[in-house]
Design a protein around this ligand. Structure first.
Ligand code: ATP
Ligand code: MG
Length: 250
């Protein structure tokens, strides 16, 4: 997609930046999205740019939630669409989840561009354009969701979501899986399952666990969900950021 030499020590990070740039050029990623990318990169650098063990456990719990859910939905914003469109489509297929475009700075044009982009990557139905329901407790534009999508969902995957909306969705009683590289961000703090990892690694990892658990019984899935400790996951990630690889590498 871009001319970055594969042996460059910052190869992955450069490719990621180019994808976000291309997203901006294509009208799917916002200028705010560029800032979010920079912020994420800094945390990823400190995490060692790898999936730490606690994030892997979170990914497994997330997969179990998705398989147990009656109506799981993957919420997609401009960064997610630019970075992992194929992975979103594949995860939706494996878990039977809906895909809904949901933007912090919502414009009809950008919602449409993202939906088209996802369809180019194999998505069937993409929700988010109807916007006929509201999340209680948020201002008008930011509250818009589809009545038969996020509004109706019992489990929502909200990657790189802003803290306010993550909190409001939680108050609606939904199980929330948040992917965010910053364990201190409000979105991660309010999540049922915070996955402190790069979305580029987290989505394939959730998918791997979902495939692995596809034959599991409800009892087994419920046990995985019950055993997951969100506070421990947040603490382990924070410790990794502050002190490097120590406590979490058991
Ligand atoms: P808070 O949640 O504390 O209110 P915020 O939502 O205002 O913070 P933003 O910079 O708007 O913070 O949100 C971007 C978030 O997305 C950051 O926490 C950043 O670490 C995270 N992020 C950016 N890129 C990625 C990525 N590729 N994978 C996972 N998380 C990412
Ligand atoms: Mg946030």
């Amino acid at each position: 997609e871009v001319d970055v030499p594969e042996d460059h020590p910052r190869y992955q990070s450069l490719v990621t930046r180019h994808r976000i740039e291309a997203g901006v050029e294509k009208g799917i990623t916002s200028m705010q999205g560029l800032i979010a990318e920079g912020r994420g990169e800094a945390f990823d650098y400190l995490l060692g740019e790898e999936t730490i063990p606690s994030a892997d456990r979170a990914a497994r719990a997330a997969a179990a939630h998705f398989l147990l859910g009656d109506h799981p939905v993957i919420s997609v914003n401009g960064n997610v669409a630019a970075l992992v469109p194929e992975e979103v489509v594949e995860l939706a297929e494996v878990t039977g989840a809906d895909i809904e475009v949901n933007l912090f700075g919502r414009t009809e044009e950008r919602v449409r561009a993202i939906a088209d982009h996802l369809r180019e990557h194999g998505a069937g139905e993409v929700k988010g354009l109807t916007a006929d329901a509201r999340i209680p407790g948020l201002s008008h534009e930011r509250a818009k969701v589809d009545a038969d999508g996020i509004y109706d969902a019992d489990v929502v995957l909200v990657p790189l979501e802003d803290g306010d909306r993550a909190e409001a969705l939680g108050e609606m009683g939904k199980k929330e899986v948040v992917v965010d590289l910053n364990p201190l961000s409000r979105s991660a703090q309010v999540a049922t399952v915070p996955i402190i990892d790069n979305i580029l690694r987290a989505l394939p990892n959730v998918m791997r666990h979902a495939r692995d658990l596809s034959g599991a019984s409800r009892t087994e899935l419920e046990a995985i969900v019950a055993e997951f400790d969100r506070e421990a996951a947040l603490d382990a990630a924070e410790q990794r950021l502050r002190e490097g690889a120590v406590a979490d590498d058991e």
